[in-house]
Design a protein around this ligand. Structure first.
Ligand code: GDP
Length: 529
């Protein structure tokens, strides 16, 4: 495998709270990336047209919309090599789900978008914690500086304190809101300024000799310059220099200010991902970890998208390639059941278009159409000799009791719940006492999907009722300790699909309380599949 190729991928996601500007930033990244790529696109058009129509046929036949699950763009790096960016979507609003978390297991880095007026919000924090599990490096983007926001120091310090990260500002806003006059790059001493009626950044950043450059005084208002000089001086004293190793270890986050809407900071983000973000990282696996430049093809499934049309059992499994050069038609064996499958019509993603992939490299994502053979967490490999580890289940945040309209359908319900939990749609818990099973999800939409798929695919009419629990933790410890815990807490204990012991908690407060009272028991919010 050509090392330059393995190193050319940047597979990343954007984490944020709804409304912070993820969609706007995604569009701007694609636009900026796409514009850079324009020349190459023209050449590839004939090929792309064929590929696009192939894919549209698949999309129509299967009724699966995978638009924007993976977005790819390219640009030429500093030393002339082409860098391919794979941006994985993390569903955030109503469609927030375990998939959102799992997508973060398939990226090598992330951009954390924060609203300058709001700071760190709950969903950002949750997603950050998932990144932390695998030490995923984070670049911070403080968005919406074209509007009134909080003090830059306060925002940076909030990131440092709430997330326990080292922070290094890489750029600084010259004012915010009505006083906004541009973004100053602390690295390159370039100033990007608002232009035209829309007060947008149009790509004409100007380089200066530093903040004392007399020309800067002609460019910025006296007030803005004085404030910028003072703040940038303070920032240089207060924070350490950028250290790429600490960033890649997930200990430090570079912070950029900008406005996705007005295009500020977008170029810097692409540049930062290209130069600092890690190329595909080694993947934890049994018997040994998988090096991205290994020869054999390996990958894992991090998401399965079902058909919206109940007539079809078709699914698209999203595979993250970890090593080797994948070629269309290749035979790969899923770890789940050992029978090789030939991947004839994989789907690759290119900006707004989807094309049929001929080859893919480590870091790339391919969509594999299948009839339910591929499950979340499966490893796919040429020789069926490895198993990728470290892909967790996440503690559900919504729990519901499942009630049957027709009690004679218990067996079908159990099969359906086992299937759907294996597929990663829901998690299921079988309480130690009482007959009513409990399902757990991360987002509300998953519950609607569950009810409609039970009905359409399994002919089971079910109702979801309030459960007296709010969250769940996988518990482990010595048998004797667990036995005595079980005696007092039996009403809160259940088994998951694989027979692992689970503590169902009334609240997260209850989890903390039980942890304190039972120091010999580990309460875990994730479980490796
Ligand atoms: P998402 O929910 O995180 O995907 O957020 P969106 O990208 O949909 O943005 C939410 C709202 O904030 C929309 O009305 C955007 O136009 C607006 N918005 C996003 N970025 C900016 C920005 O940089 N400045 C301003 N003023 N508004 C922004």
């Amino acid at each position: 495998m050509n090392q330059a190729n393995t190193h050319s991928r940047r597979t990343f996601a954007i984490i944020s709270h709804p409304d912070a500007g993820k969609t706007t930033l995604t569009e701007k990244l694609l636009l900026t990336g796409g514009a850079i790529h324009l020349a190459g696109e023209v050449k590839a058009r004939g090929q792309a047209r064929r590929a696009r129509s192939d894919w549209m046929k698949i999309e129509q036949q299967r009724g699966i919309s995978v638009t924007s699950s993976v977005m790819t763009f390219e640009r030429t790096g500093a030393n002339g090599e082409t860098i391919t960016f794979n941006l994985l979507d993390t569903p955030g609003h109503e469609d927030f789900s375990e998939d959102t978390y799992r997508t973060l297991t398939a990226v090598d880095s992330a951009i954390m978008v924060i609203d300058a007026a709001k700071g760190i919000e709950p969903q950002t924090r949750k997603l950050f914690e998932v990144c932390r599990l695998r030490s995923v490096p984070i670049i911070t983007f403080i968005n919406k500086v074209d509007r009134e926001g909080r003090d830059p120091f306060e925002l940076i310090d909030e990131v440092a304190d709430m997330l326990a990260l080292d922070v290094v500002p890489m750029s600084w806003p010259a004012g915010m809101g009505g006083l906004f006059e541009g973004i100053w790059s602390l690295e390159s001493h370039r100033l990007s300024q608002p232009e035209g009626e829309a007060k947008e950044y149009l790509g004409n950043a100007q380089a200066f000799d530093g903040l004392d450059d007399p020309e800067l005084a002609e460019t910025l208002s006296a007030d803005a310059l004085e404030k910028l000089q003072e703040e940038a001086g303070l920032a240089a004293e207060a924070y350490s220099d950028f250290d790429v190793e600490a960033y890649r270890a997930g200990d430090l986050t570079p912070v950029y200010f900008g406005s996705a809407l007005k295009n500020f900071g977008v170029e810097e983000l692409i540049e930062a991902i290209a130069t600092h973000a890690p190329p595909p990282r080694p993947q934890p696996a049994e018997p040994t970890e998988i090096a991205p430049d290994g020869k054999d093809v390996t990958g894992f499934i991090f998401k399965v998208q079902a058909n919206m049309d109940p007539q079809h059992r078709d699914r698209i499994a999203f595979m993250r390639l970890c090593s080797g050069t994948f070629k269309r038609g290749m035979k790969l064996t899923p770890s789940g059941h050992g029978k090789p499958i030939a991947v004839h019509s994989p789907i690759m993603f290119f900006a707004q278009d989807r094309e049929i992939a001929d080859t893919a490299l480590p870091g790339d994502i391919i969509g594999i159409p299948n009839h339910g053979t591929l499950r979340v967490g499966d490893t796919l490999s040429e020789k069926n000799d490895v198993r990728i580890t470290g892909l967790p289940n996440f503690a559900p945040e919504i729990l519901r009791r499942v009630a049957l309209k027709d009690p004679t359908k218990t067996k079908q319900l159990r099969k359906a719940l086992d299937d759907l939990s294996e597929e990663g749609v829901i998690q299921v818990f079988y309480p130690e006492i009482g007959g009513q099973w409990i399902v757990g999800v991360v987002g509300q939409l998953q519950l609607d999907v569950l009810v409609s798929r039970l009905s359409a695919e399994y002919k089971v009419e079910a109702m979801l009722e309030a459960a007296p629990f709010e969250t769940a933790r996988w518990i482990s410890g010595e048998d004797s300790v667990l036995d005595s815990f079980a005696r007092i807490s039996q009403a809160n204990l259940a088994k998951d699909r694989d027979g692992n012991l689970v503590f169902l908690a009334k609240s997260t407060w209850d989890v903390g309380y039980q942890e304190e009272r039972n120091p010999e028991i580990a309460f875990k919010a994730t479980r490796e599949r």
